[in-house]
Design a protein around this ligand. Structure first.
Ligand SMILES: Cc1cc2nc3c(=O)[nH]c(=O)nc-3n(C[C@H](O)[C@H](O)[C@H](O)COP(=O)(O)OP(=O)(O)OC[C@H]3O[C@@H](n4cnc5c(N)ncnc54)[C@H](O)[C@@H]3O)c2cc1C
Length: 596
């Protein structure tokens, strides 16, 4: 692995570079102030959202906007907004913490996320001073609500293909917008739309700030959805809508870039939110399991139920470790850019863009973890899990959307690999050097020397092997498939999955190593069990994905040699997963909640 000891880590570089455990942020190190913000979010959800959740899901007129306004009064809508524009101006990872803790509000959390994320941030990061001072304070206070209009009936994942048009009027004072947008969150009560449209016959989108009461805007009725039923989702029609030229956001044809950059932020925030939801579902599950008796015993005593609790906790813990690790990397990148003289808003965007591969990884990992956790929570509840009266029934339905919006998980998997390979092609990441080293290693006698020592000796070795596997598979795929690699989606999905598991595993390992230093090994036994079980599990998964990929493009002796390498790189040492999961489940049962 490359040796850049003192250089800050780059996005995507985890595949070729090792990180010291002291160099990552871990959630155990939240400051008192950050914990107070988290508590404020918890209190808000308990007092202002959960008591009204049925009424919210029935879309009671005016209820969601009034809750948003209360959130605004407390400053919760202005976490990322600088103080001079009426916000709290917290750093990036603290905004992730707030997102995590506000995630337990079901449909409210979606309205909150859309307003503060895709609704507010394009303007905050790309608006000029007049635009920002006109709208941002109103959005931060909750007086105005925001929505983001990108998707169209014929343009979803292929977001730049939209047909909505903007034409400058003869006087040169207004753009006239015509078109149709679909699936627009908060549309029913938003005052400000960020609308993406193409000017004349442009190739790329331009973004506009459009006030919702402009003449010519109309809405379809609310969509009838599987979940997040209290979240307003409507089609928005623009029929000769006059938008003042000063409401063009950023520059002509910069809209697609804005959309992509804002989605990077949305992806890691979505991950923080779903991780908060997963913690709550585990807590709901363990509380029900403790109360429910069958065959004369609490169901929490059964190994089958303990497995579900433990596995849910492991996946949540590893995702959380990776989210805040990336959050700190982003904060560090922003600080570095500001120190070099870049303006804060621009630095924030750039800092997040640098870690765009991690944002895509976290979106996929977070949303799939939540789906696993809520599914098992419903199962723990048995028949009651299928009743509309249980909390987990709502959680199960509400969870599903997260794999679809903010870029589907397929698109995010493709992007993860695409972004890393592009950076390698541009010379920003040296993937090819380490990939060649691995290729050479395949042809030499295995070196069994210098085995790491200590609690995580096996996992440290395994991590090196996982990274070698990614390099071997990706390196040979690039060599064999050349330009056509972009079309080989099955192989790209395999590489994405291996990268996702490796990033999560490394993050949880580093977090636990740091925790051991803080609290002593005897106080981290459960976390150690989680890390070891995760490594044990993914070694087989990485092996399977690697095998699928290699068998799809390699052949003959070369294939044989790589399959032998794969076996060596994903070899696991003995581990007792039953005992480990029992230990993890017992900790959750004793605490009667998710407790890591
Ligand atoms: C409840 C809800 C709220 C939403 N809120 C908003 C909002 O506020 N603003 C907004 O602008 N949009 C919003 N969306 C839209 C959302 O972002 C899109 O639904 C999403 O981007 C997917 O687009 P699509 O639905 O057209 O699916 P499609 O793009 O048609 O995808 C269908 C399937 O094909 C796959 N696919 C597509 N292209 C490829 C490819 N190149 N390779 C491999 N697989 C591919 C997808 O992964 C998916 O599995 C919302 C959607 C929903 C359901």
């Amino acid at each position: 692995m490359s040796d850049n000891a003192n250089k800050p880590i780059k996005g995507g570089e985890f595949i070729i570079r090792d990180t010291e455990h002291k160099d990552i942020f871990i959630p155990e190190n939240w400051t008192e102030e950050q914990q107070m913000i988290a508590q404020m979010c918890d209190d808000f959800i308990s007092a202002e959202v959960l008591p009204h959740i049925d009424r919210i899901d029935k879309m009671e007129e005016g209820l969601m906007p009034s809750i948003m306004e209360k959130a605004g009064e407390l400053g919760l809508l202005g976490m990322s907004v600088p103080e001079e524009l009426g916000g709290l101006g917290v750093d990036f990872k603290t905004s992730l913490l707030a997102t995590e803790r506000l995630a337990n509000g079901y449909s409210f959390s979606v309205a909150y996320g859309a307003h503060t994320g895709i609704g507010t941030l394009p303007l905050l990061y790309y608006g000029n001073d007049e635009q920002k001072s006109k709208y941002i304070p109103k959005l931060a206070s909750g007086e105005w609500k925001a929505a983001y209009c990108l998707t169209e009936p014929g343009s979803g994942s292929d977001a730049n293909s939209g047909k909505t048009k903007a034409i400058l009027n003869e006087e040169g004072t207004h753009y006239i917008i015509n078109g149709q947008k679909m699936w627009i969150t908060n549309a029913g009560f938003a005052n400000l739309f960020t609308v993406f449209a193409k000017i004349d016959d442009d190739d790329k989108l331009t973004a506009f700030l459009v006030e919702a009461d402009s003449e010519g805007i109309s809405l379809n009725p609310e969509e009838k959805k599987m979940g997040i039923k209290g979240s307003s989702t409507r089609q928005v029609f623009f029929n000769n809508v006059k938008v003042p030229v000063e409401n063009l956001l950023s520059t002509r044809e910069n809209g697609f870039k804005i959309a992509l950059n804002i989605l990077n932020i949305g992806r890691i925030k979505l991950a923080a939110g779903v991780m908060g939801g997963a913690k709550q579902a585990i807590t709901d599950g363990v509380r029900y399991a403790a109360e429910r008796e069958q065959f004369g015993r609490s169901i929490s005593k059964y190994g089958a139920i303990r497995y579900k609790l433990a596995e849910s906790a492991i996946q949540t813990f590893v995702v959380e470790s990776a989210i805040y690790r990336a959050g700190q990397n982003i904060d560090d990148a922003i600080a570095g850019l500001v120190a070099d003289g870049m303006e804060k808003g621009e630095a924030t965007l750039k800092g997040i863009e640098l870690f765009a591969p991690e944002c895509a990884i976290l979106k996929v990992a977070g949303s799939e973890t939540l789906d696993y956790v809520v599914d098992e929570a419903v199962q723990i509840f048995g028949g009651m899990g299928y009743s509309a009266e249980s909390t987990v029934e709502r959680a199960y339905r509400d969870a599903r959307i997260n794999r679809i919006f903010e870029g589907t998980n397929e698109i995010n998997r493709l992007l993860t690999v695409d972004m890393v390979l592009r950076r390698a092609m541009k010379g920003e990441l040296d993937l090819m050097g380490p990939a060649m080293q691995v290729a050479n290693e395949l042809m030499s006698i295995p070196d069994f020397g210098d085995k790491p020592e200590g609690t995580f000796a096996n996992e440290i070795s395994a991590l090196k092997g996982f990274k070698k596997t990614i390099l071997m598979v990706a390196g040979s795929a690039v060599q064999k498939l050349m330009q056509s690699i972009a079309k080989e989606q099955e192989v790209l999905m395999n590489i994405a999955d291996m990268s996702i598991w490796t990033y999560l595993a490394e993050s949880a390992l580093l977090r636990t190593q740091q925790m051991i230093e803080l609290k002593g090994e005897e106080n981290c036994e459960v976390q150690i069990a989680m890390v070891k079980t995760y490594f044990y599990d993914i070694a087989d998964k990485i092996k399977k994905s690697g095998k699928d990929a290699l068998n799809s493009f390699a052949e003959g002796d070369e294939l044989k040699m790589m399959l032998m390498g794969l076996k060596r790189f994903t070899k696991t040492e003995s581990h007792n997963p039953k005992e480990a999961r029992q230990k993890i489940a017992l900790a959750i049962i004793e605490n009667n909640e998710y407790c890591f």
